[in-house]
Ligand binder design. Structure first.
Ligand code: 8X3
Length: 256
């Protein structure tokens, strides 16, 4: 399957894995619906992709947590953008790194609202359109944290475990419709992820990726492209991608 003239919708497209997906899918010839809170970031990205690859883009500045806006904007996409071939549910975050007994409720709400509810809100609008078309690929960005709970990971791990269950649920309920779902599960990827997790503490964030070669957003975007370009009869249901130096969520070969 080629991405030429396919419409790919990416949430959380302003940075990290989402931005890398925009670049990789644009290079592969896709047209892009980019959704993010930071409008100026997706504006700049769209301009760059237009110049580089002639990419057509449709930009939506919103937060996946705001269901009413999603309903309005995604429910009434212009005709030429309404057939979505690939949905990359990427928007999400880890916020806070404390024992569960010390956790901040606002951090938990932010993670559950984005990683779980936001993904559901977007999918609930797009899936019926894919079913109607008789095909479609949903790539949910899960995490190694959805397979393993690690110290201080508690609610973040729970949210990614939910992404795993939702992806499985999608494949069960969508069976026979031609629509397929992938739970793409990265390990350590150097993005804004750690900075957000540590509430902007750049020293703590930099330490996460020190002493080994982490993954970069592009590595995951290329894995997403692989899943999306399989022939229609092939579904990559799960894909765990880690740096070579990462064996499990907690075993990382670091030379410090
Ligand atoms: C991010 C990867 O290892 O921090 O989902 O859980 S990890």
């Amino acid at each position: 399957m080629t991405m030429k003239n396919k419409t790919v919708m990416i949430t959380g497209a302003s940075a990290g894995i989402g931005e890398a997906c925009a670049r990789v899918f644009a290079e592969a010839g896709a047209r892009l619906i980019l959704l993010a809170r930071r409008k100026e970031k997706i504006d700049a990205l769209a301009l760059e992709l237009k110049e580089k690859y002639g990419t057509e883009t449709y930009l939506i500045a919103t937060d996946v947590r705001i269901q009413l806006i999603l309903d309005k904007v995604l429910g009434m996409l212009p005709y030429e953008w309404d057939k979505i071939d690939v949905l990359i549910n990427n928007a999400g975050l880890a916020r806070g790194f404390t024992k569960i007994q010390d956790g901040l409720l606002s951090d938990w709400e932010e993670m559950i609202d984005s990683n779980v509810k936001g993904l559901l809100y977007v999918s609930r609008i797009i899936l019926p359109k894919m079913i109607e078309a008789g095909e479609g690929t949903v790539i949910n960005i899960g995490s190694i944290a959805g397979r393993e709970v690690y110290p201080m990971g508690n609610v973040y791990c729970a949210s990614k475990s939910a992404v795993k269950a939702i992806s499985k649920g999608m494949n069960i309920d969508l069976n026979g419709t031609g629509v397929r779902a992938t739970d793409l599960e990265p390990g350590l990827v150097e993005t804004e992820f750690a900075l957000v997790r540590f509430h902007g503490d750049s020293e703590k964030a930099a330490n996460v990726y020190k002493g080994f070669t982490p993954l970069y957003g592009k590595d995951i975007a290329e894995a997403a492209l692989f899943c999306a370009t399989r022939p229609q009869h092939v579904n990559i249901q799960e894909m765990l991608v880690t740096p070579t130096d990462q064996a499990t969520a907690t075993i990382v070969n670091k030379n410090l």
